[in-house]
Design a protein around this ligand. Structure first.
Ligand code: XBP
Ligand code: MG
Length: 251
């Protein structure tokens, strides 16, 4: 048993419900702007989430769902440009405060800081998306709360590969046993568990029925005093909401 020293958070689906009403909408806005008639509805987007990373997701869409599309010769650049526009639209949404944090996230971050734990991010999304989300929900200074923000193309192999969590651990300078990871998806859990991390899952509409083999605990949300979480798998959560005190006991 090792003393708990750091918490490593996924972003999309874990800190905030960003996919259906955030990233998806921004992708569609970028497609429209580029004169494309592509429309990623909620159901299709759920299937496309099988592939992490926005650029990788666009390529997967062309390979499997829009094979008739006449591809430009410079496909990589075409995808990169579309994705740049998508990021611009997504950041505009964050600036407008369109995406709140999930229940219990702000409380848990505050508890962790008060307890002297380090905080880190491990995500496949673009770095600016993380900064804007933190700033718009927790204030400008909140970015500084995180010792490591591991995001996007900083590793070539995105989740479910373990690389992004391994990168975060390396930069924290801690062994996996001293940390807990927080995820919302099967791809994320494969990545964090692959890096040797005990992982707590909070599911969302897109990921509820996924396979979370290897996770320590699966919840519907972190929970808040007076607004309890539901345990879907794993040990009981005392009082109905996840606390740093409890997590230390599972250490
Ligand atoms: C998140 C992703 C990201 C976002 C879009 O996965 O796969 O690609 O959907 O962000 P996870 P970008 O939560 O497992 O890290 O378009 O910036 O890639
Ligand atoms: Mg996620």
């Amino acid at each position: 048993m090792s003393e708990l020293r750091a918490l490593i958070f996924d972003v999309d689906g874990t800190l905030a419900d960003t996919e259906r009403d955030g990233h998806r909408v921004a992708f569609n806005a970028a497609f429209r702007e580029a004169g494309l008639d592509w429309d990623w509805d909620e159901a299709l987007y759920g299937k496309l989430l099988a592939v992490t990373g926005g650029k990788e997701r666009i390529r997967h869409y062309l390979d499997h769902y829009n094979t008739a599309f006449e591809r430009p010769a410079a496909l990589d650049e075409f995808i990169a440009e579309l994705h740049k526009a998508k990021t611009r639209h997504y950041l505009d949404m964050l600036k407008d405060g369109a995406i709140p944090l999930r229940p219990g996230v702000a409380r848990l971050l505050a508890e962790a800081r008060a307890a002297g734990l380090q905080l880190a991010i491990a995500t496949t999304t673009t770095p600016a998306n993380v900064v804007y989300l933190l700033e718009s929900t927790l204030g400008r200074e909140s970015v500084e709360w995180f010792s490591v923000i591991a995001a996007g193309d900083v590793v070539p192999a995105k989740k479910p590969a373990a690389d992004i969590f391994e990168y975060a651990l390396r930069h924290l300078g801690l062994p996996a046993e001293a940390c807990l990871a927080f995820e919302d998806s099967a791809n994320g859990v494969r990545s964090s568990v692959g890096a040797g991390l005990r992982t707590i899952v909070t599911v969302n509409g897109y990921t509820r029925d996924e396979d979370f083999t290897g996770a320590l605990l699966v919840l519907d949300q972190f929970g808040e005093p007076g607004s309890p979480c539901t345990v879907l798998a794993g040990p009981a959560v005392e009082g109905g909401y996840l606390t740093v005190e409890q997590m230390k006991q599972w250490g």
